[in-house]
Write a protein that binds this ligand. Structure first.
Ligand code: ATP
Length: 258
């Protein structure tokens, strides 16, 4: 399988006023493959968003090497961004525009030819089951519907790498299932998917590969089976294996990060 993301020893330091530089990422290495969903887990402040910003060339690492879809985001960011779609944590839709207008605007902005736009927009709306609400303003949508619209925007661009920051934060079970199904389809179509989540169930359900980071560095990396085998004393008798929830607490501890 092709490597979509290859990070080796990446460190990101932020300068804080009157303080020593703060390491948001510390010698972090990570690989993600095409055709797989890679789930990135980590406590608040562990560096997940910083990592996404590094992958999209928004934040320049202090040191380390990185390749995303075979290119260095520091060198050719605009070419890379034509092949990578990011669904950020905050809702990124225009509330005054309808769902269809949101997608058309996005397609136009990213250079989808006019002749193709209508078909692509309609296809994306159908994918996330918003076709019946296509001509309603996005501002009237529920949180879950807005997340689905943001996902449609990304999927419409047929990216080789799809990055999602907490894709199902605060959405109901129905929207969650719809979003999960589209994420799985994207990986099955041979694309790489990297997503961050704080929901163990989501990682357990979707992740072909789970990477847990803490204090800016990788503390566990493998399949759910690899990771659950790491916990020495499963706390439950039934089922016999530790859950991903147990693994997460085992490798990151119980302290708050604030
Ligand atoms: N521009 C910046 N300047 C200084 N510190 C920063 C900056 N950006 C992020 N940080 C710090 O880096 C650390 C990692 O932040 P980041 O947003 O990557 O965490 P996260 O894992 O995405 O957290 P959450 O789960 O809460 O979204 C935090 O301590 C944060 O305060």
């Amino acid at each position: 399988m092709t490597t979509a993301i290859d990070l080796d020893g990446v460190t990101v330091e932020f300068r804080r006023r009157g303080d020593r530089p703060f390491r948001a990422l510390s010698d972090l290495s990570l690989r993600a493959l095409a055709g797989q969903v890679t789930c990135l887990l980590g406590p608040n402040g562990s560096g997940k968003t910083t990592l996404i910003n590094v992958l999209t060339g928004l934040t320049r690492p202090t040191s380390g090497t990185l390749e995303v879809l075979g290119t260095d985001p520091r060198r050719d960011r605009s070419a890379l961004l034509r092949r990578v779609a990011v669904v950020p944590q905050e809702t990124a839709v225009y509330p005054e525009l309808t769902a269809r207008e949101n997608l058309s605007f996005h397609a136009g902005y990213y250079g989808v030819p006019r002749s193709e736009r209508q078909r692509r927009v309609a296809g994306a709306l159908e994918l996330v089951q918003l076709d019946r609400r296509a001509d309603d303003r996005a501002g009237t949508f529920s949180g879950g519907m807005q997340r689905r619209l943001a996902l449609a925007k990304a999927l419409m661009m047929a990216p080789d790498l799809l990055i999602l920051d907490e894709p199902t934060l605060g959405v109901d079970v129905q929207s969650r299932e719809a979003i999960w199904a589209r994420i799985r389809d994207t990986a099955r179509a041979g694309k790489a998917v990297l997503l961050t989540t704080n929901y163990m169930e989501e990682a357990q359900h979707l992740g072909d590969r789970i990477v847990i980071i803490d204090h800016g560095t990788t503390v566990a990396d493998g399949t759910v089976e690899d990771l659950t085998a790491m916990v020495p004393e499963p706390r439950h008798v039934e089922p016999p294996r530790a859950s991903l929830h147990d693994v997460f607490l085992h490798v990151t501890g119980r302290d708050l990060r604030d």
